[in-house]
Design a protein around this ligand. Sequence first.
Ligand SMILES: [Zn+2]
Length: 205
Amino acid sequence: MIPAAEALERLREGNRRFASDASALAATGFRTRRLETAPNQEPFAVILGCADSRVPAEIVFDQGLGDLFVIRVAGNIVAPSQIGSVEFAAARTGARLVVVLGHSRCGAILATLEEMGRPSKEQSRGLRSIVERIQPAIEPVLLSQISPTDDALIRRAVRANVQASVQQLYRGSGILERLVQSDGLMIVGAEYCLETGTVEFFDGV
Ligand SMILES: [Zn+2]
């Protein structure tokens, strides 16, 4: 089992390789690792990230087969199935680091801001289920004016949404709470920047 602090350092190093175009993966090939990991998985971290096509967790952290247990959903929201997936990964695979990974200019956040500024009756039930999870997370950071073109506001909203997901994982699961308190599990928030390729971890970790 890899301790959370060491897992975090691996992610930092991988992201540095990715952001500086020095990926270690491309040169090594996949066959050996595929055979090694086929019998069972021991990922060193869990990533709950956005489904955005520009933020594939394995690539931005320069990690290969079997390294990361990745859950992706628009807006990196936490619904019961996401909690169940994180519980499975933490309890059954031994991963001791969970990262909620948001990103700059997230479309799900923009859609939520738009909906708050100008509610539409035509929104599908499926999309509404995402917006309704993001809205309470970002309401506290909005000032009086809701404008989806305000970069500072979008940035605050992205971060607030990540923090809300972190809190929901802490509070929404007795299994995760127990692993945090007595078995070294760490849950942290982070933001990926689409332009620079760098990941910033929150809360000084
Ligand atoms: Zn997104």
